[in-house]
Design a binder for this molecule. Sequence first.
Ligand code: GLV
Ligand code: MN
Ligand code: MN
Ligand code: MN
Length: 426
Amino acid sequence: MTSTVVRLMQDLENIGRDPIRGGYSRPGFGEHELTMLEWFVAQAKARGLDVERDQNGITWAWWDLPAEQTAERTADQTSAREHAIATGSHLDSVPGGGAFDGPLGVASTLASLDQLQEREARGELRRRKPLVLAVFPEEEGSRFGVACLGSRLITGAITPERALSLTDREGNSFADAARATGLNPDLMGADRARLAGLDAFVELHVEQGKFLGNNPLGPAVAVASSILGHGRWRFSFFGQGNHAGTTLMVDRRDPMVAAAAFVLAVRETVAAQADARGTVGRLEPVPGGTNVVASRVDVWLDVRHPEDTVTAALVQSIYDRAVAAAGAEGCTMDMVEESMSGTVHFDDSLSRSLVTSLSATTSGVEMLPSGAGHDAGILAAHLPSAMIFTRNPSGISHAPEEHVEDADAQAGVNALTDALAALLSE
Ligand code: GLV
Ligand code: MN
Ligand code: MN
Ligand code: MN
């Protein structure tokens, strides 16, 4: 029989498929993310939840306490939605991404809710806290350049002024894109009161590396210990745009040649540093014609390392190499830091309590560091946050080959249910 989480994932199968890149392209605040959000809202309402979208575009679906417990709270003047447990993930994707990065977490929260509601109806769960399912917009930062835009806005990790000034590849501003989805940009920004109402946040996510996949007979889930510090920098190389046929090779100032040297310098610099990762995954020549020597090339750099001082030193070395690469081609160069998130260590006691809850039904659950960024990492600076990873046998993510077996998706849901049941009853 098909499990609920698998059926929920099937609902999303045809939303935002990318026929050119393969996989899915679901940019934040775009048509596909919104279609998926409408699906989530309908699913949440069908389960009796009260759904609201906050001023930063985060969707919150409340499973309030039963009348009896609400009355107890009224008696001791605790409001009905204080001390809530939150769980959720995101619905947007990178260009040509897999089906599971984000949506698996969202589908799992709904499937877990079903299990929790059944447990409560059977008298096996006596909640002391409300549960809220959260969906965060533009987690990937694939459209406006800054990842975890919703969680950065609510926590104040990005100012609304800076967020609103971001633009996508077509030149649309974040302000206009947000307005088009019904938000009022003037109201965006940190919402400490909402965060203060949350006792903990748990995000279930597909594992994006090989740890669980390398042990197919081991547990299908793990708990995150930390998130690798990571940042994004845009390097722009400026030369002289010109004609491909009439410009002699000796007469060129070609920013594409500087960019090519830069890409190789990134590989060399980062490969020499243990535990570091450096990626150039996006490069845009201007104007971008086969028979045109580019006038400008923008290159985006992603660097990650457990120690933030090492990340900073790597970026400085790469910057120096970029200056040299530009100079050698008679070009100029400019760098902008788009974002930097330091290494996050998740709340130790919450993560350990998750391992304990999971260990009741699954032996050998381990803690592992995450090389990928997540909204949970941004929220962690403000409230106890934790993550559960579900096995991805391909070990591949941000690509169409990302995969989760049905049985493992169910194991993830079971783990999330146990973790949430423990937190809700505390
Ligand atoms: C987001 O998924 C990231 O880690 O880049
Ligand atoms: Mn994700
Ligand atoms: Mn991702
Ligand atoms: Mn991510």
